[in-house]
Design a protein around this ligand. Structure first.
Ligand SMILES: Cc1ncc(C[n+]2csc(CCOP(=O)(O)OP(=O)(O)O)c2C)c(N)n1
Length: 196
């Protein structure tokens, strides 16, 4: 499956929720589908989108938080799975697009290309709900189910190592950072509860 198609299939579940993505290809793909002030694309800090999402989920329990991660990024911060499992926020959904590659920096293979099983690692770390989905339709189904389940969930989704033609985003990190902070504050202040 193309990650672009996977994102398109789940976009309706993303657009009203708090979303934190890793940098690079997937950030551009989501931005191109339609930017929202409740989306934050974490540049530079590889591996830490899930840590940031965990912090937001714990501090804003009335919101549903979705992290969009990559295999290379997760492999760089595997301890995040243990930390998420330790706190088990019910309002956190962690989606990992596994293209077996560091696509955004040239496509070097990661350890998932040689047998590392991220779903197995997530389960062994104590994440209570670990699912796999490898078509846009099945991904949509498991995302909807995970959001309704009120249980910390990690979804591993294998995708092709194909990214966007250009990595340009007309949105500097700082602008995104201020938009996102204001949007979270507004959602909190006005009691916009995004949880199902
Ligand atoms: C600490 C650190 N090391 C390296 C990089 C450079 N870098 C940016 S994106 C990326 C690859 C990310 O791989 P993955 O999470 O699998 O996502 P993909 O690009 O395949 O979508 C790398 C190595 C970085 N930004 N920070």
């Amino acid at each position: 499956m193309l990650r672009e198609d996977a994102l398109r299939a789940i976009y309706p579940e993303l657009e009203t929720r708090v979303v934190v993505t890793i940098m690079g290809a997937v950030a551009v793909e989501l931005y191109t589908l339609g930017h929202r002030h409740n989306f934050f694309y974490l540049e530079h800090a590889m591996g830490l989108a899930s840590s940031m999402g965990l912090g937001i989920a714990l501090s804003l329990p009335e919101q549903q938080v979705i992290v969009i991660d990559g295999d290379g990024s997760l492999l760089m911060n595997l301890g995040t799975l243990s930390t998420m499992a330790r706190y088990k926020p019910k309002n956190l959904l962690h989606i990992v697009f596994d293209n077996e590659s560091l696509l955004s920096v040239g496509g070097f293979p990661t350890a998932t290309a040689t047998g590392t099983d991220l779903a197995g690692i997530a389960r062994a770390s104590g994440v209570p709900h670990v699912l796999e989905a490898h078509t846009p339709e099945s991904l949509k189904t498991v995302v909807v189910d995970a959001l309704a389940s009120n249980t910390l969930t990690t979804i591993i989704s294998k995708v092709e190592a194909i990214g966007p033609k250009t990595f340009h985003m007309d949105l500097p990190l700082l602008e995104n950072r201020f938009q996102f902070k204001r949007k979270l504050a507004e959602m909190h202040a006005t009691g916009q509860h995004m949880r199902t």
